[in-house]
Design a protein around this ligand. Structure first.
Ligand code: SF4
Length: 409
């Protein structure tokens, strides 16, 4: 049958290199593989948690979060018994909270059946949030089953080794090739070794070919073309969305948050946040700051306001029956919820304590806005281009040399 992707291992030298390439990479991994907390156990629950956390998130951010999470939920049974609020709280800083919710749902489903992570590919793929990458990673690492895990790091390494084009809609030719290269005696180690090479040596922008154990096999390096592979897809320009975030506190200093109103982060608590298409209204009060926050393909431009509300207005708002949850949070309670970066950034630009009290009491005139550079209400330093328009900044900044992202299968 015709294949648009020639198989680099099908004939000639290609067929001869699989074995020495495996031995070389596994030898390198044995010597240079990092000692990461999730590598100390083959317990399927722990491997699963780590693999979910590592998707789209830097390892440096995952390590403390993983330890914290497993201290609170050391077993699948403990995770299944937890409240969603607790799970989201312990996911703070990792972003992509839908991963945490899916992991929690899957743990509950398995626990209700008295099972742990399944050994069957089909059963694993039926679990909420378990895609081809997660299933292959957990099955190979925890159970030693021969499934090749293909994430962005693996694509980059294979693309350079064999000078391959970008994956097609089904992730080919990478899934087939990774399956052929897989070391069937040590599939978990093999998968981790290939990802480790992509994370630490064969990085996207500056591959350290001079330190690479696979340099002798690498077509791109031998042609001086490592930087050309994999070819980049043009990214879709992010959609700009203007938001108005309103900070309201009661006279005890508790913060008003709501959940369910803002369509892009429906399951997280936020100060009242609305999408705006109109000019600022006088009732909004002064804009205290502006900041930008990127999430997937959206670039939020947020104006932070404070709103003066009497206690009666607040009580009415809290009692409103419109399908949106509203609550007042003390500082201690805020520490126990899953905090999106959007909430954290909004609070960073909240007016000072004296201004808040005046706003709540309604007894003092508005303070003049703080000095700001032309064109902004207040300067908000941007961290990097990636932090503004990367795949997500509700989460740690994505660096695809250090994260695991699955590709279509
Ligand atoms: S030789 Fe260079 S380009 Fe090739 S796999 Fe190693 S680091 Fe990557």
């Amino acid at each position: 049958m015709y294949s648009p992707h020639p198989d680099p291992l099908a004939e000639g030298d290609g067929a001869q290199i699989a074995l020495p390439l495996r031995e070389t990479l596994l030898g390198w991994y044995g010597e240079h593989g990092r000692s990461l907390p999730w590598r100390r156990s083959r317990d399927p629950y722990r491997v699963w948690v780590a693999e979910v956390m590592l998707q789209q998130t830097r390892i440096g951010v995952v390590i403390p979060a993983y330890r914290r999470f497993l201290r609170a939920f050391p077993s699948l049974a403990r995770l299944a018994a937890a409240q969603e609020e607790e799970v989201l709280s312990l996911w703070s800083g990792l972003g992509y909270y839908s991963r945490a919710r899916a992991l929690h749902r899957a743990a509950r489903a398995l626990h209700a059946r008295g099972e742990c992570f399944p050994r069957s590919w089909t059963e694993a793929r039926r679990l909420p949030g378990v895609g081809a990458y997660t299933a292959a990673a957990v099955l190979s690492i925890a159970y030693g089953l021969p499934y090749a895990a293909v994430d962005g790091n693996v694509v980059r390494v294979l693309s350079r080794l064999f000078r391959l084009p970008l994956p097609d809609g089904r992730g080919e030719p990478y899934h087939s090739l990774a399956g052929k290269l897989l070391d069937r005696r040590r599939p978990g180690d093999w998968n981790q070794a290939l990802m480790e090479l992509g994370e630490t040596v064969c990085s996207p922008k500056m591959p350290a070919c001079e330190h690479c154990p696979l340099a002798a096999y690498c077509e791109a390096a031998s042609h001086g073309q490592a930087h050309l592979y994999p070819r980049r897809r043009r990214r879709r320009a992010p959609e700009r969305v203007d938001l108005r975030m309103t900070i309201v506190r009661d006279r005890e200093g508790r913060l008003l948050l709501e959940r369910g109103a803002f369509p892009h982060l429906k399951h997280l608590w936020l100060p009242p946040t609305e999408i705006v298409t109109d000019a600022p209204r006088p009732s909004d009060g002064p804009c205290r700051a502006r900041f930008r926050h990127a999430i997937v393909h959206r670039d939020f431009h947020v104006r932070v306001h404070r709103r003066t509300m009497t206690q009666l207005q607040l009580r009415r708002l809290l009692a409103r029956a419109d399908g949106v949850e509203r609550r007042l949070f003390t500082a201690a309670e805020l520490d126990r919820i899953g905090r999106s970066s959007l909430l954290t950034k909004g609070l960073r630009y909240e007016p000072a304590e004296s201004e808040k009290r005046e706003a709540i009491e309604g007894s003092a005139p508005s303070l003049p806005p703080r000095p700001s550079p032309p064109g902004t209400d207040r300067a908000v330093p941007s961290r990097s281009r990636r932090s503004r328009i990367g795949p997500s900044n509700d989460t740690p900044i994505v660096n695809d040399s250090m994260t695991r992202s699955s590709i279509p299968r």
